[in-house]
Design a protein around this ligand. Structure first.
Ligand code: GTP
Length: 360
């Protein structure tokens, strides 16, 4: 048996307003909740029991994933009433883990889309006799990430969180393997950051922390641009996901969506269930969530349109984020960085969506 803990308690503030009602790991990405892609890949790597460390809107996870049977996994939930941070969240699920003290437990950030070979990391972890191993990926600009230098044997020598002068382009990719006894040692009942407290503490104590460098597809879906990119890459097949609900290609149209015959969809666009794309509209590299409506002649690129949101005829969106149920009138032009919030006059349950019904 191999177990995994998924950290999914964050509020996803950078993705607001999309995350007002839906936590980031549950946002529909290439047609299914993002977590379905992560869980399906984990299952294929040999994981059979997953504990979700939730905090923000835990009910959305339970509704969308249930006991995990449909995904071929056993899924349990633990909810922090006050967010305990990444390390505190890992410690808080300890009672639900069945692994022995020296067994490896996989820890995954719930917002990372990664093609890396988890089985290979588990093998490397075991053969190195490591206490902890981390997947390290290589990025062009490491300043916004946690830099992780290693010595020639692969042993981690420091953790440098978001530094203006990075000493290496190898960064923490958000996938760790902890021997269970390392989790036992994290202080219980208080906020702990795994990046700022647990990892530096392990190095101080002389633990064997090993970097596992692999440059497979890797994307942190923290920002709207990255979220749209990840969804489109899954549809285009740049990263294989066993959870993709259709063939790869220029577009993915879910059942019950309606797309006018002369509308153009490309760049890995997803059209969610019950969504409508009007005559002459062009939707390129974008995500239309369930029930979204795009008017005639509208032109969308690199944008995300929330559940039940409406985009007027001939409106242009480039790099825009439109919240659930928001309405953008005809002939508007919203360019990169524009965010339109949900129409607060409508109660959250004013519209029902196919995904609600499927999971209700
Ligand atoms: P932003 O608010 O946009 O920074 O997003 P976020 O809240 O998701 O934070 P961040 O991207 O730094 O979190 C990395 C991962 O850790 C995500 O998968 C979060 O869901 C998770 N996470 C962050 N804080 C907590 C916490 O307090 N408890 C738990 N269980 N998970 C957390």
């Amino acid at each position: 048996m191999t177990e995994a803990v998924l950290l999914v308690g964050g509020k996803g503030t950078r993705l607001r307003p999309l995350t007002v009602e839906t936590p980031k790991p549950m946002l529909a990405t290439a047609g299914v909740p993002f977590l379905h892609h992560v869980l399906a890949r984990a299952r294929d790597a040999g994981i059979d029991h997953v504990v979700l460390a939730t905090s923000y809107r835990p009910e959305v996870f339970q509704r969308g994933i249930g006991d995990g049977r449909d995904l071929g996994l056993r899924v349990d939930y633990v909810t922090e009433t006050e967010p305990l941070g990444t390390g505190g969240g890992i410690r808080n699920v300890l009672d639900l883990l069945q692994s022995g003290p020296d067994d490896p437990v996989v820890i995954l950030n719930g917002d990372v889309l990664s093609g890396h070979d988890l089985r290979a990391q588990l093998d490397a972890h075991r053969s190195a006799g490591a206490d902890v191993s981390l997947h390290l990926t290589v990025v062009e600009d490491p300043r916004a990430f946690g830099c992780v230098p290693t010595d020639e044997s692969g042993r981690v020598t420091a953790f440098l969180e978001k530094t203006p002068e990075p000493v290496t382009d190898r960064v923490n990719a958000g996938c760790y393997i902890f021997n269970r006894r390392v989790i036992d040692a994290i202080p219980a009942g208080r906020k702990v950051s795994v990046e700022r407290e647990t990892f530096p503490g392990l190095l101080r104590d002389g633990a064997l922390v090993v970097g596992h460098v692999e440059q497979a597809y890797w994307l942190d879906l923290g920002t709207p641009a990255a979220f749209v990119r990840g969804s489109c890459d899954l549809v285009l097949g740049r990263l294989h996901s066993p959870a993709l609900p259709g063939p790869t290609g220029e577009w993915l149209v879910l059942p019950t969506a309606r797309v006018a015959t002369d509308a153009v969809l490309c760049g890995g666009t997803t059209v969610g269930a019950g969504a409508v794309v009007g005559a002459g509209a062009t939707v390129e590299g974008s995500v239309l969530l369930d029930g979204a409506v795009v008017g005639e002649g509208a032109a969308l690129r690199d944008s995300v349109v929330g559940r039940g949101a409406q985009i007027g005829d001939r409106t242009v969106l480039v790099g825009a984020v439109i919240g659930d149920r928001a309405r953008v009138g005809a002939d508007n032009e919203l360019l990169a960085g524009a965010r339109v919030w949900t129409d607060a006059r409508l109660p959250p349950k004013a519209l029902r969506f196919s995904s609600d019904e499927a999971s209700a």
